[in-house]
Design a protein around this ligand. Structure first.
Ligand code: UD1
Ligand code: CA
Length: 459
């Protein structure tokens, strides 16, 4: 079969975004906009050419080494952009994908390519029939065949009424594309070389130009400004939730659930309302994610319970652990199987071993906690001396009394006990009891003596 080169257009300035960041790097449900056409191109094309503007090293880096970048030094329009790609393109079919239409599905584009190859047309345009065509190029047909595309700003009032729009996805026979591009002029409202004009050039020359329409018009929403980004996000968000539900996840309130494209969730997990799960997160099967949880780049095993309102970042939680309500896992925390991290507990770069418990009001940072450990309410690891961070080690089955301060670096040995309210500054050997607090003083009858003193006349 003839080779397929995908040319992705991403050199537009994205002025309407009013952003310092290139438009195609804006995230959509956890992936940059440009990642979507790249994914499509990777699944269909033999080679991928990416047209970027000047100063787009970040875009090129994100695209990866299998992509051939070309720079469009001056932004003279979408037609000019495609022309810059020519030296990197093979003969055969050229598939043009805009960098800013992330909702286009692989299936739709596959259908376009298949139609184009079968019909042997000079060009095939992917169109969509949409309720609000404002802003898009309109497809002008004559007797079913495509005659030309007119941009919204160049359209007459009658043309503006057309609801079939150009999605900016096209297949071209390479030779036909290059010769037609040479004939495109910039005599339009923007003074740009429009790729859309290639369609008119080809059809005037008597070449066959086909169009097929996307079956789902929501695929054709482009991102030109932040309002469209929000609209596209809403559609993509719902698609992700649908995919998860089809895979066996219960989502109690899809309207209030935000889960990014990068997330995987196992079957029979239940997601309560107002949950955010983002980044490279993987959640196992039969978990419960309670209301208001915010999970970012975490790996969570099976049968984990997240009680409401936890904030979890870049951490690992093993099977059957219970977290929350209201706990905070900062990066590089690791909660072992069946462990419990409870109310108002903050972990940072700490490992909690199998079955260990940190149930209430604690800060555990830079610590390694073994198996079967009990950490009493209000225990704090004092890991910072104002200059350096230090480690705390708590061995298996140790029992840390309530309201203990562990001044790091410090080690508590296996099976050791610490009395409540202690400030521990020295290592505690295995099996020992350490108590580090002022002994209690009891003064019998002190209150009555004080009261009497107050009553006695002065002087
Ligand atoms: C374009 C189409 C319009 C279509 C719409 C679909 C043209 C002239 N118009 O309009 O018919 O309905 O997409 O979303 O093509 N680009 C460059 N270099 C440039 C100019 C643009 O690389 O000099 C790239 C952009 O990054 C973008 C694509 O080409 O990916 C389209 O450009 P954009 O300015 O977004 O065109 P629209 O007004 O959306
Ligand atoms: Ca656009």
């Amino acid at each position: 079969m003839e080779s397929l080169t995908a040319v992705i257009l991403a050199a537009g300035e994205g002025k309407r975004m009013r952003s310092r960041q290139p438009k195609v790097l804006h995230p959509l449900c956890g992936r940059a906009l440009i990642a979507y056409p790249l994914r499509t191109a990777r699944s269909l094309a033999d080679r991928i050419v990416l047209v970027v503007g000047p100063n787009a090293a970040d875009v090129v880096a994100l695209a990866g080494p299998d992509v051939r970048p070309v720079v469009q030094a001056e932004r003279l329009g979408s037609g000019h952009a495609v022309l810059q790609a020519r030296p990197e393109c093979a003969d055969g079919t050229i598939l043009v994908l805009p960098g800013d239409m992330p909702l286009l599905s692989v299936e739709t584009i596959e259908r376009l390519v298949a139609h184009h190859r079968k019909s042997r047309a000079a060009a095939t345009v992917l169109t969509a029939v949409v309720p609000e065509p404002q802003g898009y190029g309109r497809v002008l047909r004559q007797g079913g065949r495509v005659k030309r595309i007119v941009e919204d700003r160049d359209a007459t009032d009658a043309e503006k009424k057309i609801v079939e729009i150009n999605t900016s996805v096209y297949c071209f026979a390479a030779g036909r594309l290059w010769s037609a591009l040479g004939k495109v002029r910039s005599d339009n409202d923007q003074g740009e070389y429009y790729l859309t004009d290639v369609i008119g050039v080809l059809s005037r020359a008597g070449a066959r130009v086909d169009a097929i329409a996307a079956s789902d018009p929501s695929e054709a929403v482009g991102v030109n400004d932040r309002k469209q980004l929000a609209a596209v996000t809403a559609i993509q968000r719902r698609r992700i939730l649908d995919r998860l539900m089809e895979g066996g996840v219960t989502i109690l309130d899809p309207a209030s659930t935000y889960i990014e494209d990068t997330v995987t969730i196992g079957a029979d997990t239940t997601i309560y309302p107002n949950v955010v799960i983002e980044g490279q997160s993987a959640i196992g099967s039969e978990c419960v994610v309670g209301a208001g949880n915010h999970v970012s780049a975490c790996t969570i095993g099976d049968r984990v319970t997240l009680l409401p309102y936890c904030v979890l970042r870049e951490s690992v939680i093993e099977e059957a652990a219970t977290l929350g309500p209201f706990c905070h896992l900062r990066p590089l925390s690791h909660v072992g199987p069946k462990a419990k991290v409870g109310n108002f507990v903050e972990l940072k770069k700490s490992k909690i071993g199998r079955g260990s418990k940190v149930p209430h009001l604690s800060y555990v940072g830079d610590a390694t906690v073994g198996e079967g450990v009990n950490i009493g309410a209000g225990t704090i690891t004092c890991n910072y001396d104002g200059v350096h961070k230090h480690e705390t080690k708590i061995a298996d089955r140790a029992f840390i009394g309530t309201n203990t301060s562990l001044v790091a670096p410090v080690t508590v040995g296996e099976g050791a006990y610490i009395g409540a309210g202690s400030t521990i500054t020295k290592d505690v050997p295995p099996g020992a009891l350490a108590v580090g607090r002022a002994p209690q003083v009891v003064k019998e009858g002190w209150a009555a003596r004080k009261a009497k003193k107050r009553e006695e006349p002065r002087g």
